[in-house]
Design a protein around this ligand. Structure first.
Ligand code: OMP
Length: 213
C-alpha cells in the first residue's frame, strides 16, 4: 500500500467519513457502508485530503489540462487538490467547477473558474454505478472539451449495467482511465485487522455477492 492510501484510510476513520450501518445509495442499492466526503470538515483534514488526491494523480501519470470538480462535493476536493499539486508537486494547473443551477446575472453560466478547454480531469468522491460521472462527462462534452480521466477517493468495486464493473464500463465507453485512491478491498483489509469487525465484514461480503465484481 502507498503512503497516500494509508493516509487516506487514517483520515477517513479520523473524520468518520466512513460510516457503517444501512444506507440507500443513489443507485437504489442498500449498502452496509457509506463514504461521506462531506465529513472532512476542517482545514487540516482538507489539506491532507488534497495531498492524497494529488499524490494519486501524480502516481497515475494521467495527462490533463484542467482539473474539474463537479458540484457539490467535487468542488472542495478539486480546490484542495489543485492547491496540493502546486504546493507539493510544483504542478500549477487550471481549476474549474460547475453550478447546479445556471446564473442569469453577473458573469452568468454554470462553469466557474478556468475555461473547460482541452483534456479535463474529473475529480470526485465515489463511483458506485457510474451515473454521476457520466453526467459530468456530458457537461464536459457540451462545453467542447474532452474528458482525460477521473480521479476518485473510493472505488466501491461495484457492477455497472452489465458484467463489468461500473468503473470498467466508464473506462471502456469513454477510453479514459479512472484512478482511485483506495478500493473497497482496502477498507475490508482495514476492518479485518480489528477482531470486533468480523460481523461487519460479513455484511460487506454479502453486499459484494449482490453488487460486487
Ligand atoms: P453513482 O452515480 O451510482 O456512481 O454514485 C456515485 C455518487 O453517489 C457519489 O458521487 C456520491 O454522491 C454518492 N455516494 C457517496 O457519496 N458515497 C457512497 O459510499 C456511495 C454513494 C452512492 O450513492 O452510491
Amino acid at each position: 500500500m502507498q503512503n497516500y492510501q494509508q493516509d487516506f484510510i487514517d483520515l477517513a476513520i479520523k473524520y468518520s467519513a466512513l460510516g457503517f450501518g444501512e444506507f440507500t445509495l443513489k443507485s437504489g442499492r442498500v449498502s452496509p457502508y457509506f463514504f461521506n466526503a462531506g465529513r472532512f470538515d476542517s482545514g487540516a483534514g482538507l489539506a491532507m485530503l488534497g495531498r492524497c488526491y494529488a499524490d494519486a494523480i501524480v502516481k497515475s501519470g494521467v495527462e490533463f489540462d484542467v482539473l474539474f470538480g463537479p458540484a457539490y462535493k467535487g468542488i472542495p476536493l478539486g480546490a484542495v487538490t489543485a492547491a496540493a499539486l502546486a504546493e507539493f508537486h510544483d504542478i500549477d494547473i487550471p481549476f474549474a467547477f460547475n453550478r447546479k443551477e445556471a446564473k442569469d446575472h453577473g458573469e452568468g453560466g454554470t462553469i466557474v473558474g478556468a475555461e473547460l478547454k482541452g483534456r479535463i480531469l474529473i475529480i470526485d468522491d465515489v463511483i458506485t454505478a457510474g451515473t454521476a460521472v457520466r453526467e459530468v462527462i456530458d457537461i464536459i462534452s457540451a462545453a467542447g472539451a474532452t474528458a482525460a480521466g477521473v480521479v476518485i477517493g473510493l472505488n466501491r468495486e461495484e457492477r455497472g449495467k452489465g458484467k463489468l464493473s461500473a468503473i470498467q464500463e466508464v473506462e471502456q465507453d469513454f477510453g479514459i482511465p479512472v484512478v482511485s485512491i483506495i478500493t473497497l478491498q482496502h477498507i475490508v483489509d482495514y476492518l479485518q485487522s480489528g477482531e470486533e469487525q468480523q460481523a461487519l465484514v460479513g455484511r460487506i461480503d454479502a453486499y459484494r455477492e449482490m453488487y460486487g465484481i
